[in-house]
Design a protein around this ligand. Structure first.
Ligand code: SAH
Length: 261
């Protein structure tokens, strides 16, 4: 492993490498990995998490876009336990790595693409046992936020309608080189039984409309989609605002839309 002072970082790829050994160990312990687990890591960088993980599990698949890092990993992979795949995670088809055991996905996600990447990953939810992703704390707070909070929004409902979401750890900038400007957090996501693509399509449309006008009463922001009476029949106060509706409320509204169309 290179010393922190030798690490070269590319800003446009959100490269902030974990260098604090204690924090790395704490993070890896929080994954609760077992020897036979099928681990896929996104954005391994110089392998600051990958190599310690190999002390627990037999092998790891890693997806890294940076050619130089792919070369570095291949050179330091003497036992051949790291399956290095050079690819853009945003476009990667995870079914190509499918095995009998479900995937434990981990990654210190590139922060500039964390939200679209999360959505890409959620599309493969049925392949994953769980995800442990590191994101900016501000994004983590939105992912796990419940209704009646300022941080509750589209991302919260989109994630929590698909997964149980827990924030596990906050990590200070000092654990990385170079230091990011922001605090980071690890979020654990455990996929729930799928509601189906059709319902998610409706749900995504409803939450987009509701949260684009989050100060408006729901009966106004959603008036193109629902009569006030229909909202009331779902047990939802039509005078409430987007942030006052629970994830289940949004699911109920999506189900009505499905029955109608
Ligand atoms: N996990 C390492 C590195 C984190 S930095 C550590 O904690 O030290 C983010 C990593 O994601 C970098 O290695 C960067 O090159 C990689 N990356 C950035 N965009 C990517 C993409 N689209 N697909 C795959 N990897 C990407």
């Amino acid at each position: 492993m290179k010393k922190p002072s030798q690490l070269r970082a590319k800003k446009h790829l959100s490269q902030n490498f974990l260098t604090d050994k204690n924090i790395i160990n704490k993070i890896i312990r929080s994954f609760n990995l077992e020897k036979n687990d099928h681990v896929i890591e996104i954005g391994p960088g110089y392998g600051s998490m990958t190599f310690p993980i190999l002390e627990i599990v037999d092998s790891v698949d890693v997806i890294e876009v940076d050619k130089n890092l792919v070369e570095y990993l291949n050179q330091h992979n003497q036992d051949g336990l790291v399956n290095v795949i050079q690819a853009d995670a945003l476009e990667f088809d995870f079914t190509t790595l499918k095995k009998k055991r479900k995937i434990r996905l981990i990654g210190n996600l590139p922060y500039h693409i964390s939200t679209p990447l999360l959505f890409h990953l959620l599309g493969f939810s049925e392949l994953f046992q769980d995800f442990h992703v590191m994101v900016q704390k501000e994004v983590a707070d939105r992912m796990v936020s419940i209704h009646n909070n300022k941080t509750y929004g589209r991302l919260s409902v989109a994630i929590q309608s698909r997964c149980d979401a827990y924030k596990i750890l906050d990590i200070k900038p000092g654990a990385f080189h170079p230091k990011p400007q922001v605090l980071s957090s690890i979020v654990k996501l455990v996929p729930k039984a799928s509601l189906g693509a059709e319902l998610h399509f409706k749900l995504d449309r409803i939450i987009k409309m509701a949260f684009n006008q989050r100060r408006k009463k729901i009966r106004n922001s959603l008036n193109e989609l629902f009569e006030t009476e229909v909202i009331m029949n779902c047990g939802i106060d039509p005078n409430a605002r987007a942030e006052n509706l629970s994830v289940d409320d949004y699911i109920k509204l999506s189900e009505i839309k499905r029955q109608e169309e």
